[in-house]
Design a protein around this ligand. Structure first.
Ligand code: PMP
Length: 441
């Protein structure tokens, strides 16, 4: 193992794991992954919030191989295009029609999809003659990626602070965090003050200076923060009222995770822009996409006749292998109705987690799931384990028990492949309970 990999291993933020050396995953099949000693694990996290159709899907592997033989790559640039990426654009536009999205632009991953959305939002207002609308409003605990723009709209302070100063004009408001509500900590009644915080930020900054609000339908990497059901609709309405674009970051929630094709649809809204990655290929190859409404696109289209186009694009935008993989992946999601399956399995995951809470009320602060995105938030009532340490401890024990999950502070998060069946969900959550017993002991 090289020193570089040891020092910069994939989980340097989880010091305990990094110190022990990375766990080597050698192969995968269905919802299971196998380490280099051949030991089997349920992948309770879908790799990193993806693997929606599961591992080892022959038709995706074949689509990748066939496309690599026919045309591994050629730029989608300077008047050139390739068929798989055009077919994928058509397919996404068809899928996203109920969400009000009508056009897509490809990139390589979620960070680039977010970066693209931020830049589209900025230029949109310039084209409209309102260049002063340049600010972005985001929420605390948001995760939007690693590039400077995406990082600037991130709400995880620790991720941002070493790189400051970042993009100016980014305002972070309270997140809808039901169990740690900073808006009315003394009252159990939710008045959706966090949605009004978005409105107040727009008013304080001046709506004439705000380009867009960006939000994940459910904040995933912040700790699977499930908002009150009406939150997103209210934020969307506020954006409309003040002529501010709304960007839904669907990098985690897209492609079925919540039991609908997209998180925006799940919460009954239509954004102006939408970002996608991860589940678009279930991780078989990297791909990102940014979708926009007709209204946003039309502004650029008019401009293209007489003024500057959108000067943005990557070498690998519209990569034919990525597009072929995405098409095969989406075909599986459709044929096997995996978003519907996630909707059916959501209550199973939710009640299994809530049962753990009922049996361990001292240890479990919150247990919840929306579709196949779940959380178990813990604290040590005896105070032996400091805040921030429990999640990693439980994840380590669960790994020993053959289940991989992702700890985020004191929250153990679940995001299994959408193909997971009820007994496997029970098995996964039983491992969490057993691990909790080991920590309690
Ligand atoms: N947005 C969200 C909501 C994400 O969760 C992530 C990654 N976890 C990103 C953007 C960035 O995606 P990537 O890691 O593919 O750049």
């Amino acid at each position: 193992m090289s020193d570089t990999l040891k020092r910069w291993g994939p989980y340097t933020n989880m010091k305990q794991l990094a110190d022990a050396g990375p766990k080597m995953i050698a192969r995968a099949d269905g919802i299971y992954v196998y380490d280099n000693r051949g030991r089997q694990y349920i992948d309770g996290h879908g790799g990193l919030w993806l693997a929606n159709v599961g591992y080892g899907r022959r038709e995706i592997i074949d689509a990748i191989a066939q496309q690599a033989e026919a045309l591994a790559w050629f730029p989608s640039f300077g008047g050139f295009a390739n068929e798989p990426s055009l077919r994928l654009a058509d397919k996404l536009v068809e899928l996203l029609a109920p969400d009000g999205m009508a056009h897509v632009m490809f990139s390589n991953d979620g960070s680039e999809a977010v970066e693209t959305a931020l830049k589209i939002a900025r230029q949109y207002w310039k084209i409209k003659g309102r260049a002063n609308k340049h600010k972005f409003i985001t929420r605390r605990f948001a995760y939007h990626g690693v590039t400077m723009g995406a990082l600037s709209v991130q709400g995880v302070t620790e991720n941002r602070m070493e790189f400051e100063p970042l993009l100016p004009g980014v305002v972070h408001v309270s997140a809808p965090y039901p169990h740690h509500c900073s808006m009315h900590p003394d009252s159990p009644i939710c008045t959706l003050a966090c949605a009004r915080a978005v409105e107040e930020a727009i008013l304080t900054q001046g709506a004439e200076t705000v380009a867009a609000v960006i939000a994940e339908p459910i904040q995933a990497a912040g700790g699977v923060i499930i908002p009150p059901p009406d939150y997103l609709r209210q934020v969307r309405e506020i954006c409309r009222r003040y002529d501010v674009l709304f960007i839904a970051d669907e990098v985690v929630t897209g492609f079925g995770r919540l039991g609908s094709w997209f998180g925006a649809r799940h919460y009954g809204i239509q954004p102006d822009l939408m970002t996608m990655a991860k589940g678009i290929t279930s991780g078989y190859v990297p791909l990102g996409a940014t979708a926009v409404s007709d209204a946003v696109f039309e502004a650029f289209y008019d401009m293209a006749v007489s003024g500057p186009e959108f000067r943005h694009g990557n070498t690998y935008s519209g990569h034919p292998i990525a597009a072929a993989a995405a098409l095969a992946n989406i075909a599986i999601l459709e044929r096997e109705a995996l978003p519907d399956h996630a909707r059916a399995m959501g209550p199973v995951l939710q009640s299994a987690l809530k049962n753990v809470q009922t049996r361990h009320p001292q240890w479990v602060v919150d247990a919840n799931a929306e579709g196949l995105l779940g959380r178990l938030e813990l604290r040590d009532p005896g105070g032996r384990l400091a805040s921030g340490q429990i999640g990693a401890k439980i994840a380590q024990y669960m790994y020993d028990l053959g289940v991989i999950v992702r700890p985020i502070g004191d929250v153990v998060t679940f995001s299994p492949p959408l193909t997971i069946a009820e007994p496997e969900i029970q098995h996964m959550v039983a491992a969490a309970e057993e691990a909790l017993g080991m920590v309690e002991a």
